[in-house]
Structure formats: C-alpha cells, structure tokens
Design a protein around this ligand. Structure first.
Ligand code: GLP
Length: 237
C-alpha cells in the first residue's frame, strides 16, 4: 500500500485518473460519492474546462453504492450526485454511468456484478472512508469477500449523512453497495481521506489488523492501493 501524506491530495488523485484516461481512453472508473472525493472531481472538471484534461468519450463509470427508497431523480441519490458533481461536467454521456438499480434491490446486486464483469472490471476505484472505517456502504462486520448487495446503515452513518438531507429521519435505512470483494477486484484502489475526523479510521485501516471490524482494512490485501491523506487524517498513524 502506498500512503501519501500531502497538501495536494485532490491534484494527485486527479493526476492518477487523468494518466489512466490518457493511457487507456476506454478505462472503467469506479466512482465514490461523499465529501472526500469532491475536490478531486472539482479539479478534474477545472482541468477539463481549461482544455487540459483527457478525453472521456469512451469511459465507463460504475458508482460505488446507492440509497434504496429514494424516488428516481432525487438529488441525493448517488446516481444524481455523481452526474451533478462530475460526469455531466466532464461531458460523459449518462448512459455510460451505471449504478445499482435501487428499484429492484433483490436482484440489483448480481446484475451489477455481471455488468462490471461485462465491462472488463474496474480499472481505478475512487474511495473515501467512513468515520467508523466503512468502505462504500460496507459497515463494520461486512464480509471481506462480499459482493454487491443490500445493506442496512448504522445509526452513526445515517447521522453522518444527515447533512445532505433535511434531517436524519430522511436518510434512507437501506442501501445497495459494492461489496468488499467487488472493490478488491478493481485494478487500482485510490482512497482519499482528509480531516481529523478520519484519523482513527485511517489508522485502523492502514496499520490495524485486517478485520471486518474495519472494512477499509481490506486495502491491505490489495496489490495496488494508494491512500492520499492530509496531515490531519494521517495524524493517527
Ligand atoms: C458514505 C459513502 C462512502 C463514503 C463515506 C465517507 O457513507 N457511502 O462511499 O466514503 O460516506 O463520506 P465522506 O467522504 O463524506 O466523509
């Protein structure tokens, strides 16, 4: 695992994504939502608008997770979020962006796994980390080999995500998430964490034991994982 403590995490993450796109224009990107990757996405959009970015015409994208129970088109679905925060601004056709089908949660997992395989697998997966060490929506206790499936959120994660909704009661209880096994099959994992609130989770993920108690510790199993941290997020290392 490559751990980089830096004041320019967004720029480095954008560099890695752009380098992949230049080398492999039909690359498959795995896209996380949440605040952690936001400045990276803004940097990619800034460069695209400045005319210095790569072409995204052939890219395929898979979102990491999705809420179950929000109406189609709700602004806080992760599908709409990724359109708004990244792919629309990069000119990526919406048909090239896949997300787990929250309308059919029972079958969505196996279909999503099949779609990722059919696309040739994810080349680069962008990740954040939850304050409790969750990865995507794989909460503590998730099987390290899990596939895309429906999960129930912990109260802590619902409280953490309430800032995107009117109140915690509006945060859905159920989600679809790529599994830890799914994430591990991506060819490059790029995790971004900033702020002191992530320090304990980052320390457990990077230096703690490999354990379902800290789902992000699966990064230790991956042959090509990059962790970009600011000084605060690295302060527990
Ligand atoms: C959510 C998402 C994760 C994300 C995590 C951290 O629960 N499902 O993919 O990594 O929260 O979010 P943030 O980056 O906003 O701290």
């Amino acid at each position: 695992m490559e751990v980089v403590i830096t004041g320019v995490a967004a720029e480095l993450a954008a560099d890695a994504i752009e380098a992949l796109m230049r080398a492999q224009p039909s690359a498959v990107l795995g896209l996380a939502t949440g605040s952690s990757p936001l400045s990276t996405y803004q940097e990619l959009v800034r460069r695209h608008r400045a005319g210095t970015g790569p072409s995204y015409g052939e890219v395929r994208c898979f979102t990491l997770d999705e809420y179950v129970g929000l109406p189609v088109g709700h602004p806080e679905t992760y599908r709409e979020t990724i359109f708004r925060e990244l792919t629309d601004d990069l000119g990526i056709d919406r048909d090239r962006v896949a997300s787990p089908d929250a309308g059919d949660p029972q079958h969505a997992g196996s279909r999503y796994e099949a779609a990722i395989v059919a696309a040739g697998g994810v080349d680069l997966q962008v990740l954040g980390i939850g304050a409790d060490g969750h990865l995507a929506f794989n909460e503590p206790g998730s099987s390290l080999a899990s596939a895309t499936r429906m999960k129930t959120l912990t109260d802590q994660t619902r409280r953490d995500n309430a800032r995107f909704f009117g109140s915690v009661d509006e945060v859905p209880r159920h989600v679809l998430t790529q599994g830890l096994g799914t994430i591990l099959r991506a060819r490059h994992l790029l995790m971004i964490a900033t702020g002191a609130g992530k320090a304990a989770a980052v320390a457990a993920a990077v230096e703690g034991p490999l354990s379902a108690s800290c789902p992000a510790s699966v990064l230790q199993l991956h042959p090509h994982a990059t962790v970009l941290l600011d000084a605060e997020a690295a302060s527990g290392l």
